[in-house]
Design a protein around this ligand. Sequence first.
Ligand SMILES: C[S@@+](CC[C@H](N)C(=O)[O-])C[C@H]1O[C@@H](n2cnc3c(N)ncnc32)[C@H](O)[C@@H]1O
Length: 257
Amino acid sequence: MSEDIKSIHEFDIALLCEYFSNLERQGPGSPEVTLKALSFVENLTQESKIADIGCGSGGQTMILSQHVEGQVTGVDLFPRFIDLFNKNAASLKLDDRVKGVVGSMDNLSFQDEELDLIWSEGAIYNIGFEKGLQEWKRFLKRGAYVAVSEVSWFTDERPAEIEEFWQDAYPGIDTIANKVGQMQKAGYVPVASFILPENCWTEHFYAPQVKLDEKFLKENQGNKAVEEFIANQRHEAQLYYKYKEYYGYVFYIGKKI
Ligand SMILES: C[S@@+](CC[C@H](N)C(=O)[O-])C[C@H]1O[C@@H](n2cnc3c(N)ncnc32)[C@H](O)[C@@H]1O
C-alpha cells in the first residue's frame, strides 16, 4: 500500500458515520438486486419475522419491507443510522411493522428459532462471513432463509496491488466457490449466489460519493482527517474501476436445514 494511503481501519468512527449518513446506502447494492435476492426466498407470510443486520440507514430495508409482509427489524451498531432508519420507515408509513434498533451483530437479542429470514447487505464482514452465518443460524427457524451480500474474488489469482488492498481491508475475502462452501459447512443449503452488477458500485455507491466529497471537503476545509478520508475513498473507487473484473459483491442465499 502506498505510504499516503491509509487503511480504512485508521479512520475515526464518528467521521465515517457522519460521511455515510449523507448517503442513501452505505454499501454497494440497488433496489433491483435486493428484489432479485428476495425472489429466491420462499414461504414468507404476514406472520413472518425478518431481521436486517447491519442495516445502516435502511436503504435496502425499505425496499425489502415494501415487498414483504410481516415484521422487519433493522439492527445497526450506530444510533445515528438507526435514527435515520426510523425516520425513513415513518416517512414511508412502514413504521407500524418496520423498526430499527441499536445492537451489535455479534450479540443479537433475538430468540432461538424466531426468525423466518435474516438479511444483511454489505455488513456481515464486520463479524466475518463464516462466523456470522454460524452464529446467526440459531435465530432462524428450520427451513428459514439467510440472504447476505459479501465482497468476493471472481478469480483464483489477481494482481498484487488489489490483493494487497483487500488483504488489508478485509482478509476474509475469498472466492465465490469457497464462500458457497462456507455457507454449506455452516448448515445451510446454498440456494443461490449471484454477482451484483457493476452499477451497484458505479451508479448507486460511487457516483453519489463524488458530489458528497465536494460538499464534505468544503464544509470541513483545512481538516486533515477529512481530506485524508476523502483521498482514501477516491483511491478505493479508482481501484474498483481498475480491477473490477477480479472482485465485486456477491449475494449468497441459503436455507437453514
Ligand atoms: C457497508 S455498511 C452497509 C449498510 C447497509 N446494509 C447498506 O447496504 O447500505 C455496513 C454497516 O454495518 C454496520 N455495522 C458495523 N459493525 C456492526 C456491528 N458490530 N453490529 C451491527 N452493525 C454493524 C455499520 O454501521 C454499517 O451500517
